[in-house]
Design a binder for this molecule. Structure first.
Ligand code: NOJ
Length: 740
């Protein structure tokens, strides 16, 4: 396996960092070492005397949740000037999709399929966070998420290992590589290692059961990609994986992370997850929990006191080797050196751009615009033509909800910066057309129809209706899983009521997850799925509604028709009985008394078939793209060779647009079964109306590699299918083979 490269190397040479780490370790007391392994919660408007004393006496190496720059600087001053070892603190905060300026939720960012914009958004977030003294964020989350019931799918890049890896790496570079160099970089953290997204039935924190082959082929690759991009840290998942909770999982943290991947940054637990080992029932008490976490290789305990209370004794008794403690502390010190904290532990807010400055806002509009996916557009219902309409009814609980449009994990998000769709549309309307607003429901969960009447009146008096539906931000995120992922409350009824007015109906849905949309799709002419778009939701949505921009978002996750199809994902295995449209017999079509047989049966649900509502990679545009002229450099490559593939993409409509060109393969025969399709590359291209562009991809034999039956990694010779297309269900098709 390739050794990880370290990007973002500090000014100091590696030798000198290692020497400085060694020399600190040689002079630190055991208490000071264990102090480095503790992260404490520093929430509050002032610093508690206990916290100050702990920093002064070297009993703490890191704090979480303090973002007042004056207080952070004071803590750093105490650490640097009053503590014996003068070791700066790591100041951690969840900067997940923005700090004050909020970008789309990560799942929305993934829908941009644009690593460059994700990188720049992270860089902007890092700048804003660093202004407050933060030097460590707990992002990107690269948990493969195949279950939209899971609230944390919002924080993920979706279901695909390759896409998650590319986008996670981009986010990592954005956080860690400041522009200009030195200014405002913060450490990234790949989380949650590993398999958290596979929680049973999408219930947060539930057990995960992932066989090693699937773990290695599906769940681990994005972590490796993020660490190869230089991420300074990695966080343990809360969950139990195959019977061993991640915080005690030496296979994950020692075998894979340290031995195979040679990672030498920080492994941090999740919030109090070391103590929770005893709640899981893998340890009997905190002392055993400290032992198991330390033996597994968790360097820092987040927000708990188990290391503080027991590590010293465990080392004294020889249960935890001193070398393990020294190694953990070395990982922490090395990272602090790499971040340049010894040289510059303080923040100078004045040296940074103001929060929510022009650049941040423009970027937030662009990211939101690119994240929104057009899922339906019958008869060119969108874009709306400002010259052809006199009035628009803006209806729904999320049309003017400045906080709700931000999504989950926005501890520091500044709601006063939010521009709502209603505000943006009113601004755009100016004197050109009239805007009538009726919220229709108090919240997305409301069960009352009391306010429907005003909405019906607004619809009757207008030329077109735009309905803003979805989920409030609190309905997704950590511990906010849902069993039913229909639009909550009375929203489907609202759509039906509005439909009956007879005006064109456009739905804009803001949500933290894919939703089951079957009960509203037929009642809308067009549907924009906007995720939670963040601060600049309004301008982004109104640009798309009124054709100032063309939708270019594509789904990073499959949308099921009904919840019972979950997990449903494009890169599934073929099974021995793959279904076809002809096989599907729906429940209502089975005659009473039909005799049972085991012949001619395939893998589908009698009440849902086997197709999703919308496939991975899907998204419409205001223009049409044609794929032609697939060229491959060879029909057969040797393991040392690269296959060059190209296709012509033509914009055959009459507006400019961006297309996400996706390359998929299928390995037909393997020593373990292979997915029916796997994304291997993609490219987002802008094609002006009437023009064509050739898109080229290079596929090396190692790109065809996977974890094989014998436990090794690499490609296997044989036949492959290949598609270049706009989503996981279509595309130009070709075959090639890999020679021995
Ligand atoms: C718990 C979450 O699981 C994790 O993602 C987050 O970074 C920590 N809490 C810190 O807030």
């Amino acid at each position: 396996m390739k050794e990880m490269t370290k990007r973002d190397q500090p000014a100091l040479a590696i030798d000198s960092i290692e020497q400085r780490v060694e020399s600190l370790l040689a002079t630190m007391t055991q208490a000071e070492k264990i102090g480095q392994m503790r992260q404490v919660d520093a929430t509050g408007e002032r610093l508690s005397p206990a916290l100050v004393e702990a920093v002064r006496t070297g009993q703490i190496g890191s704090v979480i949740n303090q973002t007042d720059p004056a207080l952070v600087n004071e803590l750093q001053r105490i650490a640097m000037e009053e503590s014996r070892m003068a070791i700066p603190l790591l100041i951690a905060r969840d900067v997940i999709h923005g700090f004050k300026t909020i970008f789309p939720i990560p799942l929305g960012q993934a829908a941009t399929w644009n690593p460059a914009i994700i990188e720049e958004a992270a860089r902007t977030a890092a700048n804003e966070a660093a202004r407050s003294g933060v030097n460590w964020t707990f992002a990107p989350m690269v948990d493969i998420s195949r279950d939209p019931r899971w609230g944390r799918i919002a924080e993920s890049f979706g279901e695909d290992p390759y896409l998650s890896g590319v986008l996670g790496a981009a986010m990592t570079r954005g956080f860690q590589e400041a522009n200009p160099p030195g200014a405002g970089a913060i450490a990234a953290c790949a989380k949650h290692f590993a398999g958290y997204g596979a929680s049973e039935s999408g219930r947060d924190y539930s057990a995960t059961n992932i066989p090693e082959n699937e773990l290695r082929n599906v769940y681990l690759p994005p972590f490796k990609a993020v660490l190869e991009a230089g991420a300074h840290s990695i966080m343990a998942s809360f969950s139990d994986i195959d019977g061993v909770p991640a915080s005690a999982n030496a296979f994950l943290f020692r075998t894979v992370l340290r031995e195979e991947w040679r990672f030498d940054g920080i492994a941090v637990s999740d919030w109090n997850s070391v103590s929770q080992l005893s709640v899981h029932g893998i340890t009997a008490d905190d002392r055993e929990a400290a032992e198991q976490a330390a033996l597994a290789g968790i360097d820092i305990e987040m927000a708990g006191n188990v290391y503080e209370c027991h590590l010293d004794d465990l080392a004294e008794d020889g249960i935890v080797n001193q070398s393990m403690i020294d190694e953990a502390v070395a990982n922490i010190l090395r990272t602090k050196f790499r971040l340049g904290l010894f040289e510059n532990p303080y923040t100078d807010p004045e040296a940074f751009p103001a929060f929510g400055d022009k650049h941040a806002k423009e970027l937030a509009v662009q990211a939101a615009r690119e994240s929104i996916v057009l899922l339906k557009n019958d008869n060119g219902a969108l874009p709306l033509n400002t010259r052809a309409i006199n009035s628009v009814a803006i209806i729904g609980p999320l049309a003017d909800a400045p906080y709700e449009q931000l999504g989950t994990w926005v501890f520091d998000g500044d709601v006063t910066l939010s521009v709502t769709p209603l505000t943006a549309i009113r601004e755009l309307a100016g004197a050109h057309f009239e805007v009538r607003y009726a919220p229709a429901m108090e919240s997305t969960r409301s069960r009352s129809t009391e306010l429907f009447e005003d909405a019906v009146t607004a619809a009757q008096e207008s030329d077109v209706v735009v309905v803003f539906l979805g989920e409030e931000s609190i309905l997704s995120g950590e511990a906010h899983s849902r069993a039913n992922i229909d639009l909550p409350g009375n929203q489907a009824d609202l759509i039906k009521t509005i439909r009956s007015v007879g005006k064109p109906v456009i739905a804009v849905i803001m949500a933290g997850r894919p939703l089951t949309l079957g009960n509203i799709l037929d009642d809308v002419d067009a549907l924009l799925f906007a995720w939670h778009p963040g601060t600049m939701a309004g301008p982004a949505i109104s640009d798309l509604l009124f054709g100032r921009a063309t939708p270019s978002g594509r789904l990073p996750v499959t949308f099921p028709k009904v919840v019972g199809q979950i997990p449903i994902y494009y890169n599934h295995k073929n099974t021995g009985r793959p279904p076809t449209q002809e096989d599907v017999v729906l429940i209502d079509d089975i005659p009473i008394g039909t005799a049972q047989t085991s012949l001619g049966m395939t893998a589908f649900h009698m009440d849902a078939g086997f197709e999703p509502q919308f496939p991975f990679g899907f998204g419409l545009s205001y223009t049409d793209f044609q794929y032609t002229d697939l060229i491959m450099s060879a029909k057969r490559i040797r393991p040392s060779e690269t296959l060059r593939i190209s296709a012509m993409i033509s914009n055959v409509g009459d507006v400019d647009g961006a297309e996400v060109v996706q390359l998929y393969i299928r390995d037909l025969v393997g020593s373990v079964t292979r997915p029916v399709r796997e994304l291997k590359a993609f490219s987002k291209i802008h094609v002006p109306a009437g023009l064509s562009k050739r898109v080229t991809f290079d596929l090396s034999a190692s790109d065809l590699g996977f974890w094989r039956r014998d436990g090794s990694f690499g490609p296997e010779p044989g036949e492959f299918h290949l598609w270049v297309g706009p989503d996981a269900k279509s595309g130009l098709f070709a075959t090639f083979s890999l020679a021995d």
